[in-house]
Design a protein around this ligand. Structure first.
Ligand SMILES: [Zn+2]
Length: 254
Protein backbone atom coordinates (compact mmCIF):
# COMPACT_ATOMS: atom_id res chain seq x y z
CA UNK A 1 0.00 0.00 0.00
CA UNK A 2 1.05 3.58 -0.57
CA UNK A 3 0.64 6.93 1.10
CA UNK A 4 -0.36 7.41 4.73
CA UNK A 5 -1.86 3.92 4.93
CA UNK A 6 1.45 2.17 4.29
CA UNK A 7 2.57 0.34 7.43
CA UNK A 8 5.34 1.86 9.54
CA UNK A 9 8.36 -0.43 10.04
CA UNK A 10 8.04 -2.53 13.21
CA UNK A 11 10.15 -0.99 15.99
CA UNK A 12 12.84 -2.91 17.90
CA UNK A 13 11.56 -3.99 21.30
CA UNK A 14 13.02 -5.54 24.44
CA UNK A 15 10.66 -7.10 27.00
CA UNK A 16 12.43 -8.16 30.20
CA UNK A 17 10.66 -9.91 33.06
CA UNK A 18 12.34 -9.49 36.44
CA UNK A 19 10.95 -10.44 39.84
CA UNK A 20 7.24 -9.73 40.50
CA UNK A 21 6.42 -6.02 40.41
CA UNK A 22 5.11 -3.19 38.28
CA UNK A 23 5.51 -2.74 34.52
CA UNK A 24 7.48 0.18 33.09
CA UNK A 25 7.39 1.09 29.40
CA UNK A 26 10.32 3.15 28.12
CA UNK A 27 10.26 4.62 24.64
CA UNK A 28 12.78 6.69 22.70
CA UNK A 29 12.86 7.84 19.11
CA UNK A 30 9.16 8.78 19.03
CA UNK A 31 10.74 11.80 17.34
CA UNK A 32 13.02 9.96 14.92
CA UNK A 33 15.95 12.39 15.04
CA UNK A 34 16.53 12.59 18.81
CA UNK A 35 19.64 10.52 19.34
CA UNK A 36 20.73 10.87 23.00
CA UNK A 37 17.59 9.14 24.33
CA UNK A 38 17.83 6.42 21.67
CA UNK A 39 21.39 5.61 22.77
CA UNK A 40 20.36 5.61 26.45
CA UNK A 41 17.44 3.27 25.74
CA UNK A 42 19.71 0.77 23.97
CA UNK A 43 22.15 0.98 26.89
CA UNK A 44 19.38 0.30 29.41
CA UNK A 45 18.23 -2.73 27.41
CA UNK A 46 21.77 -4.10 27.71
CA UNK A 47 22.19 -3.12 31.37
CA UNK A 48 18.96 -4.72 32.61
CA UNK A 49 18.90 -7.74 30.27
CA UNK A 50 19.45 -10.18 33.17
CA UNK A 51 16.16 -9.16 34.79
CA UNK A 52 17.81 -8.26 38.09
CA UNK A 53 15.02 -5.91 39.18
CA UNK A 54 11.42 -6.04 40.39
CA UNK A 55 8.78 -5.93 37.69
CA UNK A 56 8.72 -5.95 33.93
CA UNK A 57 10.74 -3.58 31.76
CA UNK A 58 9.64 -2.95 28.19
CA UNK A 59 12.00 -0.83 26.10
CA UNK A 60 11.34 0.45 22.59
CA UNK A 61 14.56 2.29 21.66
CA UNK A 62 13.29 3.68 18.33
CA UNK A 63 9.52 3.95 17.93
CA UNK A 64 9.59 5.96 14.72
CA UNK A 65 11.92 3.92 12.50
CA UNK A 66 10.78 5.67 9.30
CA UNK A 67 11.57 9.07 10.87
CA UNK A 68 14.91 7.80 12.16
CA UNK A 69 15.88 6.60 8.69
CA UNK A 70 14.82 9.92 7.16
CA UNK A 71 16.60 11.96 9.91
CA UNK A 72 13.41 13.69 10.92
CA UNK A 73 11.13 13.96 13.99
CA UNK A 74 7.83 13.13 12.29
CA UNK A 75 6.93 9.91 10.50
CA UNK A 76 7.55 10.71 6.79
CA UNK A 77 4.91 8.19 5.71
CA UNK A 78 2.01 10.33 6.94
CA UNK A 79 3.72 13.48 8.30
CA UNK A 80 2.46 12.85 11.85
CA UNK A 81 4.27 13.09 15.18
CA UNK A 82 3.82 9.87 17.20
CA UNK A 83 3.76 11.77 20.54
CA UNK A 84 0.56 13.56 19.47
CA UNK A 85 -1.15 10.38 18.24
CA UNK A 86 -1.69 8.64 21.60
CA UNK A 87 -3.73 6.38 22.00
CA UNK A 88 -3.64 5.74 18.26
CA UNK A 89 -6.27 4.25 16.01
CA UNK A 90 -6.68 0.71 14.68
CA UNK A 91 -7.83 1.95 11.26
CA UNK A 92 -5.92 5.23 11.15
CA UNK A 93 -2.84 6.36 9.25
CA UNK A 94 0.59 4.70 9.67
CA UNK A 95 1.53 6.62 12.83
CA UNK A 96 -1.92 6.16 14.37
CA UNK A 97 -1.76 2.40 13.82
CA UNK A 98 1.82 2.21 15.10
CA UNK A 99 0.83 3.99 18.33
CA UNK A 100 -2.37 1.96 18.63
CA UNK A 101 -0.34 -1.26 18.65
CA UNK A 102 2.14 0.19 21.16
CA UNK A 103 -0.65 1.32 23.47
CA UNK A 104 -2.85 -1.79 23.25
CA UNK A 105 -0.02 -4.32 23.43
CA UNK A 106 2.24 -2.61 25.96
CA UNK A 107 1.28 0.78 27.42
CA UNK A 108 -2.09 -0.30 28.76
CA UNK A 109 -0.38 -3.03 30.78
CA UNK A 110 2.22 -0.60 32.17
CA UNK A 111 1.91 1.49 35.33
CA UNK A 112 4.07 4.17 33.79
CA UNK A 113 5.27 5.15 30.32
CA UNK A 114 8.54 7.07 30.36
CA UNK A 115 8.94 8.69 26.94
CA UNK A 116 12.48 9.98 26.41
CA UNK A 117 13.14 13.02 24.23
CA UNK A 118 15.82 15.58 23.45
CA UNK A 119 15.96 18.53 21.13
CA UNK A 120 15.79 17.43 17.50
CA UNK A 121 18.83 18.13 15.32
CA UNK A 122 18.31 21.90 15.25
CA UNK A 123 16.85 22.23 18.75
CA UNK A 124 18.09 22.56 22.30
CA UNK A 125 16.06 21.38 25.31
CA UNK A 126 16.77 21.86 29.00
CA UNK A 127 16.48 18.97 31.48
CA UNK A 128 12.73 19.00 31.95
CA UNK A 129 9.67 16.79 31.98
CA UNK A 130 6.07 17.08 30.86
CA UNK A 131 3.50 15.28 32.95
CA UNK A 132 0.10 16.60 32.04
CA UNK A 133 -2.87 16.53 34.39
CA UNK A 134 -5.37 13.81 33.49
CA UNK A 135 -7.68 14.26 36.52
CA UNK A 136 -7.39 10.50 37.21
CA UNK A 137 -6.17 10.86 40.77
CA UNK A 138 -3.83 7.90 41.29
CA UNK A 139 -2.35 8.32 37.83
CA UNK A 140 -1.57 12.00 38.45
CA UNK A 141 -0.06 11.09 41.84
CA UNK A 142 2.18 8.51 40.16
CA UNK A 143 3.25 11.11 37.62
CA UNK A 144 4.07 13.59 40.38
CA UNK A 145 6.15 11.00 42.25
CA UNK A 146 8.07 10.27 39.06
CA UNK A 147 8.81 13.85 37.98
CA UNK A 148 9.90 14.97 41.45
CA UNK A 149 12.39 12.08 41.49
CA UNK A 150 13.91 12.77 38.07
CA UNK A 151 16.24 15.53 39.28
CA UNK A 152 15.19 17.94 36.54
CA UNK A 153 15.21 21.75 36.37
CA UNK A 154 11.61 22.20 35.33
CA UNK A 155 8.40 20.17 35.30
CA UNK A 156 5.53 21.28 33.10
CA UNK A 157 2.00 20.25 34.05
CA UNK A 158 -0.71 21.44 31.73
CA UNK A 159 -4.16 19.89 31.25
CA UNK A 160 -3.64 16.64 29.35
CA UNK A 161 -4.95 16.18 25.83
CA UNK A 162 -7.67 13.61 25.37
CA UNK A 163 -5.39 10.76 24.34
CA UNK A 164 -3.40 10.97 27.56
CA UNK A 165 -6.65 10.86 29.53
CA UNK A 166 -7.55 7.65 27.71
CA UNK A 167 -4.16 6.26 28.67
CA UNK A 168 -4.79 7.30 32.29
CA UNK A 169 -8.10 5.43 32.26
CA UNK A 170 -6.14 2.35 31.12
CA UNK A 171 -4.06 2.79 34.32
CA UNK A 172 -0.88 4.16 32.71
CA UNK A 173 0.81 7.43 33.71
CA UNK A 174 2.72 9.20 30.91
CA UNK A 175 5.87 11.21 31.54
CA UNK A 176 7.82 12.85 28.70
CA UNK A 177 11.37 13.60 29.87
CA UNK A 178 13.84 15.74 27.94
CA UNK A 179 17.61 16.10 28.04
CA UNK A 180 20.41 16.59 25.57
CA UNK A 181 22.64 14.27 27.58
CA UNK A 182 22.68 10.48 27.24
CA UNK A 183 23.92 10.02 30.83
CA UNK A 184 21.04 12.12 32.12
CA UNK A 185 18.59 9.86 30.29
CA UNK A 186 20.24 6.84 31.93
CA UNK A 187 19.71 8.58 35.29
CA UNK A 188 16.03 9.26 34.41
CA UNK A 189 15.55 5.53 33.79
CA UNK A 190 17.20 4.49 37.06
CA UNK A 191 15.41 7.12 39.12
CA UNK A 192 12.05 6.11 37.62
CA UNK A 193 12.76 2.44 38.37
CA UNK A 194 13.63 3.39 41.96
CA UNK A 195 10.46 5.44 42.30
CA UNK A 196 8.39 2.46 41.12
CA UNK A 197 10.18 0.08 43.51
CA UNK A 198 11.87 -1.79 40.66
CA UNK A 199 15.36 -0.97 41.94
CA UNK A 200 16.48 -0.44 45.54
CA UNK A 201 17.23 3.02 46.86
CA UNK A 202 15.58 6.41 46.82
CA UNK A 203 16.59 8.99 44.21
CA UNK A 204 18.46 11.93 45.76
CA UNK A 205 15.93 14.75 45.98
CA UNK A 206 16.46 18.02 44.21
CA UNK A 207 14.20 21.01 43.91
CA UNK A 208 12.22 21.00 40.70
CA UNK A 209 10.31 24.07 39.58
CA UNK A 210 6.81 23.30 38.38
CA UNK A 211 5.10 25.31 35.67
CA UNK A 212 1.43 25.21 34.78
CA UNK A 213 1.50 26.85 31.33
CA UNK A 214 3.59 27.19 28.20
CA UNK A 215 3.55 29.78 25.47
CA UNK A 216 5.33 29.78 22.13
CA UNK A 217 8.72 31.41 21.67
CA UNK A 218 8.84 33.14 18.29
CA UNK A 219 11.93 35.31 18.06
CA UNK A 220 15.49 35.36 19.34
CA UNK A 221 14.79 38.63 21.21
CA UNK A 222 12.04 36.99 23.25
CA UNK A 223 14.62 34.67 24.80
CA UNK A 224 16.26 37.69 26.41
CA UNK A 225 13.05 39.39 27.46
CA UNK A 226 11.64 36.79 29.82
CA UNK A 227 9.38 37.80 32.68
CA UNK A 228 10.18 36.80 36.26
CA UNK A 229 9.57 33.11 36.79
CA UNK A 230 9.66 32.19 33.11
CA UNK A 231 12.03 29.67 31.55
CA UNK A 232 12.78 28.64 27.96
CA UNK A 233 12.27 24.87 27.92
CA UNK A 234 13.36 24.29 24.34
CA UNK A 235 14.28 26.39 21.34
CA UNK A 236 15.63 26.02 17.84
CA UNK A 237 19.12 27.21 17.06
CA UNK A 238 18.53 30.80 15.94
CA UNK A 239 19.10 31.55 12.25
CA UNK A 240 18.81 35.15 11.02
CA UNK A 241 17.04 36.14 14.25
CA UNK A 242 14.39 33.48 13.65
CA UNK A 243 13.86 31.21 16.61
CA UNK A 244 11.07 28.90 17.73
CA UNK A 245 10.47 27.17 21.01
CA UNK A 246 8.44 27.15 24.20
CA UNK A 247 8.48 29.29 27.32
CA UNK A 248 7.09 27.81 30.54
CA UNK A 249 5.53 29.96 33.22
CA UNK A 250 3.27 29.64 36.21
CA UNK A 251 -0.24 30.97 35.96
CA UNK A 252 -0.21 32.20 39.57
CA UNK A 253 2.97 34.25 39.31
CA UNK A 254 2.46 35.98 35.99
ZN1 LIG B 1 11.00 15.04 21.02
Amino acid sequence: MFGPFRASPTPPLVDIHGRPGTTLLITAGMDGDEYAPIAAAYEAAEKFRDGDFNGRLIIVPIVNIAGFEAHMSANPIDGKFPKYCIPGHAWGTSTERLIYTLVQTYARHAGLWLDLHSGAQNEIAIDCAWNDITSVEDIDARGTACITALGIDAAIREPAYRGLKTLARYGCAYVLAESEDEGTHAAYIERTMQTLGMLPGTPASRHTRTFSKTRPLRTFEEMHALQDGEVVVWHTIPTHGECRGAIAYDEQTS
